[in-house]
Ligand binder design. Structure first.
Ligand SMILES: Nc1ncnc2c1ncn2[C@@H]1O[C@H](COP(=O)(O)OP(=O)(O)OP(=O)(O)O)[C@@H](O)[C@H]1O
Ligand SMILES: O=P(O)(O)OC[C@H]1O[C@H](OP(=O)(O)OP(=O)(O)O)[C@H](O)[C@@H]1O
Length: 222
């Protein structure tokens, strides 16, 4: 591996389920982590790449957007759910990477809810309070959101909320927890994101955008 240069670019990636799909997309754009990245015993969160001027950080999906919006990382990969939930002015999402497909949906218990809502007021368990409030506001309904970080699907059965707003891909988790989808809020895929200020001031960020764009076009044509 080359020695890291002092003027490092930082590229943020989520640590979970998107990662396997993201790695080949990154490789197409010349972003390749070193061997330590694949070592399961390695607890480091920062990794060198085959480019001396580029390092990776591996963080929670929501934190990818936060690092990039604040300019602590100049670029990254994250789902459009996270981009829309935060709506950071400093984030620019120029390339749809066509990976991490899923959708955000409202779901409720198949056999009716334990929690009773008011006439124009609902209690919703979700990791996405902003998208949830916006969705229900458009329908003239006030949504009181109970923020959870996972396992939303058990909230209705325990009377915490009458419904949930969560990500769905196969639909298996909803089904196995006795829930049915009632509306689709947002179709989701992963995007390349960059910090707007870094894009203006550092030509390497524009080059990264072009490299990811070229990779996306190549994959689409294949
Ligand atoms: N079935 C799915 N469930 C959850 N996320 C999915 C699914 N399918 C695609 N995604 C995408 O994957 C993203 C989560 O990515 P990933 O699991 O790599 O992040 P993470 O850092 O592990 O997340 P978390 O903060 O939940 O631990 C979501 O924001 C969404 O865009
Ligand atoms: O429609 P499906 O294919 O069943 O996938 C949807 C499930 O996957 C995600 O959870 P994840 O496994 O990431 O765990 P989490 O509860 O920690 O978010 C999401 O929050 C749903 O629970």
């Amino acid at each position: 591996m080359p020695e890291p240069s002092p003027n490092l670019l930082t590229f943020a990636i989520p640590k979970g389920r998107i990662l396997d799909e993201a790695l080949p997309v990154m490789a197409d754009a010349g972003v390749v982590p070193d061997a330590a990245f694949h070592d399961k015993a390695n607890r480091s969160l920062t990794f060198a790449t085959t480019r001396a001027d580029l390092r990776l950080i591996r963080v929670r999906a929501f934190d990818v957007a936060t690092f990039v919006a604040h300019g602590a990382a100049q670029a990254g990969i994250v789902g459009s759910d996270v981009i829309e939930e935060f709506d950071y002015a400093e984030l620019y999402a120029p390339v749809d990477l066509d990976i991490g497909h899923c959708h955000l949906a409202v779901a409720e218990p198949k056999g009716g809810s334990v929690h009773v809502d008011g006439a124009s007021h609902l209690r919703v368990a979700t990791k996405y309070p902003n998208l949830t409030r916006r969705h229900f506001e458009r329908r003239g309904i006030q949504a009181e959101c109970v923020k959870l970080n996972g396992a939303m699907e058990i909230a209705p059965a325990l009377g915490l909320a009458s419904r949930i707003v969560d990500l769905v891909s196969s639909g298996q988790t909803l089904k196995e927890n006795g829930l049915v989808e009632t509306s689709r809020i947002l179709d989701i895929s992963a995007r390349l994101i960059v910090n707007r200020a870094a894009l203006k001031t550092d030509p390497r960020v524009a080059q990264l955008v072009e490299a990811f764009r070229a990779g996306a076009s190549k994959r689409k044509a294949a």
